[in-house]
Design a binder for this molecule. Structure first.
Ligand code: ADP
Ligand code: MG
Length: 349
């Protein structure tokens, strides 16, 4: 529905792979001293001196991870980078470089790839990461994007999933459930559009949640804030699949249990009103809706004073002995086991 039928279309066939890569990457600069050689040689050359390197990769497939009927390509490029940077920040590291590999069918003109790369460029600029390489190839159908992100951290700063201890506090950044509800709004508008293509949807009441879906922000600021507050998370993970499955990952890796308090889960007012409209339970949405890209971490109780009252952080529970298991303590004060409903199983309901 966001497609502009009048736009200019330059076929990729007229360009050739080298000129295409050159064209798409000409405005990218290297800003990190660790980026010795970027695009243009057979491989990038990086130099991380005394720090540890973290590396992560994610692939996004059209029709599986994104739908171009409501995802503008610029947003897609931005989001593809965010998804990866989020994983770097979840290690409590500083993201420094990315590579981008794309496969595109001849359905896409040059202008579409320019859009995609404008989103990638914006993400690189705002998050201070260098694009140092990638690969470009054709696909028989649709678009694939694979992003690899690299980051650095001092050894003792890296936060693993495995470091949580009983009695540690469980903390989450931002608020939850928005991205999932934003997707519900977009899916609904897509169905309306199929029936009546002249219908101009008014998405203004849903700005926040639609943005959470289309333009997520990785929490670079949280890593910086924790450093400033001198808080070393004992464990950390990013929320890509929903709170419940991420809690279970932390608990399992750390060999602990967890008590999560329903009344503490941070929800934006827009999320609460959209839940009423879609007749969904806001706790379920926070637990199982994915793609919020917030950070979930544990801290030693002695660090509580340092984060107390900070608007970016909410203490939502605490870790326990492993044998006690993982539970949600409801508003009615009942104890329900947390199950591994990720985003996928939720979607299938
Ligand atoms: P090779 O044939 O050796 O793989 P390529 O022609 O694929 O080389 O790539 C040439 C240079 O351009 C390399 O530095 C590579 O990392 C970079 N590159 C290729 N495709 C992309 C892309 N889609 N985005 C960013 N850099 C790319
Ligand atoms: Mg190549």
């Amino acid at each position: 529905m966001l497609e502009d039928k009048e736009q200019k279309r330059t076929s990729l066939d007229n360009l050739g792979e080298f000129r295409l890569i050159e064209h798409l990457t000409e405005n990218f600069n290297l800003n990190h001293s660790s980026s010795k050689v970027g695009i243009g040689d057979d491989a990038a050359v990086l130099d991380y001196t005394d720090k540890k390197t973290v590396l992560t990769t994610d692939m996004l497939v059209e029709g599986v991870h994104f739908d171009l009927s409501y995802m503008p390509l610029k947003h897609l490029g931005y989001k593809a980078v965010m998804v990866n940077l989020s994983d770097v920040y979840a290690m409590n590291a500083v993201a420094t470089q990315i590579t981008i590999s794309i496969a595109v069918s001849n359905r896409f003109p040059l202008e579409a790839l320019e859009e995609l790369y404008s989103g990638i460029a914006l993400a690189c600029k705002l998050y201070n990461v260098d694009l140092v390489g990638g690969d470009t190839t054709s696909s028989t159908k649709g678009m694939l994007i694979s992003v690899t992100a690299l980051g650095q951290a001092q050894d003792h700063k890296i936060a693993y999933r495995s470091g949580a201890k009983p009695n540690d506090l469980l903390v989450v950044s931002g608020d939850l459930g928005g991205a999932y509800l934003g997707l519900q709004v977009l899916e609904r508008e897509k169905e309306v559009f199929k029936v009546n293509p002249n219908n101009q949807p008014d998405l203004s009441p849903y700005t926040y949640i639609v943005e959470r879906q289309l333009k997520p922000e990785a929490r670079k600021d949280v890593v910086e804030l924790l450093e400033k507050l001198e808080v070393q998370p004992t464990s950390m993970i990013d929320i890509s699949d929903g709170l419940s499955s991420e809690i279970l990952h932390l608990s399992k890796s750390s060999k602990v249990g967890c008590n999560l308090f329903e009344d503490k889960i941070p929800l934006d007012p827009t999320v609460i009103s959209a839940c009423e409209e879609f007749k969904m339970d806001s706790t379920m949405v926070a637990l199982s809706g994915g793609e919020d890209y917030e950070l979930l971490f544990t801290i030693d109780q002695n660090d509580f004073e340092k984060i107390k009252g900070n608007p970016h952080f909410t203490v939502i529970g605490h870790m326990t002995e492993e044998k006690e298991g993982n539970h949600l303590i409801t508003r009615a004060n009942t104890k329900i086991p947390i199950s591994a409903q990720g985003w996928n199983s939720f979607k299938g309901e």
